[in-house]
Design a protein. Structure first.
Length: 329
């Protein structure tokens, strides 16, 4: 039993060594053809259409998803479905990225003439330097050749590792050339944990139109009545001057303390009883940073200001919770 256990462990380590070896073999194959491939993707005015059969098709789907999530419009085209009508999705403005270890995959070969007639260029990822796919492609990215790590040498393992890594290299280089930003990443990943950490305060705040401020000079009671009549239950009422610059904040806690102390204080001008120089957040700050401030200071609402210090809106803790912003910046 123990001998079998050690044998399995050593075999698994051998597999990892074989997978690592094919990546080392792939590195020197990155040459001028790779730079040409990057230019083809950047020049594409339509979609980058990826295709592949079997395990190569799964890698093609992953490449398409990576491209799309980093700023390059892309979709996956199943080669078997393509030759039965789905090829109509492809136009001459697109770029076809075909992945085939041998370059002789029958379904891929049958696509080539139609794609060429459409005028869409073909980028090939293949180990078949002299294959049909390579001969008809505008650009070829050679895959490192290595024995599959499968015990019988047949199941795609090292070959798909090379495909995956080369696809990642292509997608990430294109993203770098596009100067793909964290803000764009958040735009394309609004529902994911990574995307949520990149949401800005401006994405979640309640605007000044929805949460209008009180003007300095009016009695606090009047300002509270006016705010309540706008259909919102204010947990905090921002106070601004005539230029819209935030002067302070009147919170529910402030009102409760004033009423308990002396109800007549609500007749005073609002700026006399408000909290001056309140904690604020900027529109362009990450929402996760605002959450951290709220959590540390036990705030339920924060006024939002622009670069000039003018009131822009109100950020409510419930809005952050509903968006899934529950972690640090």
């Amino acid at each position: 039993m123990m001998a079998g256990l050690h044998e399995d462990i050593e075999f698994a380590r051998t597999i990892l060594r074989l997978e690592a070896a094919v990546l080392h073999a792939q590195e020197p194959l990155i040459d001028e053809s790779f730079a040409r491939a990057v230019e083809l993707v950047l020049a594409c005015r339509g979609h980058v259409v990826t295709t592949g059969m079997g395990k190569s098709g799964i890698i093609a789907q992953k490449l398409s998803a990576t491209l799309a999530s980093t700023g390059t419009p892309s979709f996956f085209l199943h080669p078997a479905e393509a030759i039965h009508g789905d090829l109509g999705r492809v136009t001459g403005q697109d770029l076809l990225v075909a992945i085939s270890r041998s370059g002789e995959t029958e379904e891929i070969r049958r696509l080539i003439p139609a794609v060429k007639r459409m005028g869409a260029p073909i980028l090939a990822l293949t180990a078949g330097r002299e294959s049909d796919l390579a001969r008809h492609a505008e650009c070829v990215l050679l895959l490192a050749s290595a024995p599959e790590a499968c015990p019988i040498g047949l199941a795609p393992t090292t070959s798909t590792t090379a495909q995956l890594a080369l696809g990642d290299a292509l997608a990430m280089t294109v993203a770098k050339r596009r100067r793909f930003t964290r803000e764009e990443f958040a735009l394309y990943h609004p529902g994911g944990a990574l995307g949520r950490t990149l949401l800005k305060v401006s994405d979640l705040m309640r605007s000044a139109r929805d949460c209008p401020p009180a003007a300095a000079g009016q009695p606090a009671r009047n300002a509270l009545v006016q705010a309540g009549g706008l259909g919102r239950k204010p947990g905090a009422l921002p106070v601004v001057d005539s230029a819209g610059v935030l002067l302070g904040l009147l919170t529910d806690g402030d009102v409760r303390r004033l009423v308990l102390k002396d109800p007549s204080l609500l007749a005073r001008p609002i700026e006399e009883i408000m909290t001056r120089t309140p904690t604020t957040v900027r529109e362009d700050q990450l929402a996760a940073e605002a959450w951290k401030t709220m959590r540390e200071r036990n705030f339920d609402e924060l006024p939002v200001v622009d670069a000039r210090g003018c009131y822009a809106g109100l950020l409510d803790v419930q809005d952050l919770l509903e968006a899934g912003i529950t972690g640090g910046a």
